[in-house]
Design a protein around this ligand. Structure first.
Ligand SMILES: Nc1ncnc2c1ncn2[C@@H]1O[C@H](COP(=O)(O)OP(=O)(O)O)[C@@H](O)[C@H]1O
Ligand SMILES: [Mg+2]
Length: 375
């Protein structure tokens, strides 16, 4: 989990401005931004808004015109180059592997610069291959012999080689097709769950930012910070028309995709125990305004019975002996609310039963799902 204490940060930019020689306007304007240890922050914004320049300033590949940048508590201007390399790994735009070096030597680049001996580099390379999910047979090949996805994994492995606490990634998935991109994004999240780095990721793709980041910084042209918040915070309350248009449509549905059934209160639903009578079952249906009841025995969902069927029977009949229909509209506690909404609106009952394995936890309707956005 990202460290949520407000007074600690892994990277702190304070009033950072960069005006390139010969430009009238700054590429990055008075940017103040703090990144907490262990969180993934996405810098997102239109092309040319200063995302790459910001990353390069953190890594000191570009010097700010004014302002300060702290890395793990130290002003990075006072830091020798090798110290910055130890602290920060960089996945550059377009991957940028050295074409005439084998994969193994590409991965060992930073450790080599840091003066590690050959055995230590070899051991680390073997470890990295496992970490990013590469076939060890690829180590002695050249970058051009690898697919885009494989090259991207090498780029990440190279950045992680010296085990830096901070990882900067510039448009890491722009060179791969959408299917591979999605897989690599999943891999990054799985990797992060193991390595707990502080990650600053640059992208122009808002969906990628929302999917991967704990917090998203939305930049406008000139490197102006429009808003910096969690994906849910952005979708709930965009700070400007620019942010709203950048986030795009269906903000409510996209917020629902970020939350789960476990986040909302369930209702008991129109349920009866098998020992109840048909008359009692009809009362339950009336109370809930439904044309059906579900039979639940010892928290096990049995199935549902149509009201019309109940009405045709003597009121004293016990429900337990009746045939039921299988309840198909079911969700789990971890089902995203957006998916639960889909189950609800496509079900005849307009309700979804929440199950934990076989155990019946309750029902959710559109009201419960919509209530999930109030929290
Ligand atoms: N080395 C440079 N010299 C002059 N202008 C630059 C340089 N690098 C970037 N710029 C300009 O700074 C602005 C921001 O660029 P960049 O940070 O690469 O944007 P992004 O990564 O968001 O697309 C652009 O207008 C770009 O042309
Ligand atoms: Mg860029």
């Amino acid at each position: 989990m990202p460290d949520r204490s407000p007074d600690r940060h892994a990277i702190g930019l304070r009033n950072v401005t960069k005006t390139f020689a010969g430009s009238a306007l700054p590429a990055v304007g008075d940017l103040t931004l703090a990144v907490r240890p262990g969180e993934i922050v996405a810098l997102v914004g239109p092309s040319g808004c200063g995302k790459t320049t910001t990353l390069k300033m953190i890594n000191r590949l570009v010097e700010p015109t004014s302002g300060t940048i702290e890395v793990l508590g130290d002003d990075q201007r006072s830091m020798p180059a090798h110290e910055l390399r130890r602290r920060i790994g960089y996945v550059i735009q377009q991957i940028g592997l050295f074409p005439h070096r084998t994969i193994r030597r590409n991965m060992g680049m930073v450790p080599e610069l840091l003066g590690w001996d050959g055995d230590r580099i070899a051991a680390r390379t073997d470890e990295l291959v496992g970490l990013v999910g590469l076939d060890p047979d690829l180590l002695d090949r050249y970058p051009a012999e690898l697919s885009g996805g494989q090259q991207q994994r090498v780029g990440v492995a190279r950045a992680l080689a010296a085990d830096p606490p901070i990882l900067l990634m510039d448009e890491p998935y722009s060179a791969v097709d959408p299917i591979v991109r999605e897989r690599l994004q999943d891999e990054l999240l799985a990797l992060q769950a193991k390595v707990h780095k502080t990650i600053v990721l640059v992208t122009h793709d808002i969906d990628e930012a929302m999917r991967l980041a704990d917090r998203v910084a939305i930049l406008n042209v000139g490197g102006v910070l429009e808003q910096y918040d969690t994906p849910d915070g952005l979708l709930a309350a965009p700070a400007s028309p620019f942010v709203a248009s950048f986030l795009g449509r269906e903000r409510g549905l996209r917020r629902l995709a970020l939350r789960r059934v476990a986040d909302v209160e369930v209702i008991e639903g129109p349920i009866v125990r098998p020992s109840r009578t048909v008359a009692e079952a009809l009362d339950v249906a009336d109370e809930h305004g439904t044309s059906w009841v579900a039979v639940v025995d010892e928290r096990q969902l049995g199935g549902w019975i149509d009201r019309a069927e109940l009405e045709a029977l003597p009121g004293s009949t016990s429900v337990g002996g009746l045939a039921t229909q299988r309840f198909v509209a079911t969700v789990g506690a971890t089902t995203p609310l957006r998916e639960a909404l889909d189950v609800i609106v496509t079900s005849r009952s307009r309700m979804a039963a929440v199950l934990d394995g076989e155990r019946y936890l309750g029902m959710v309707t559109i009201d419960q799902v919509a209530g999930g956005l109030d929290a």
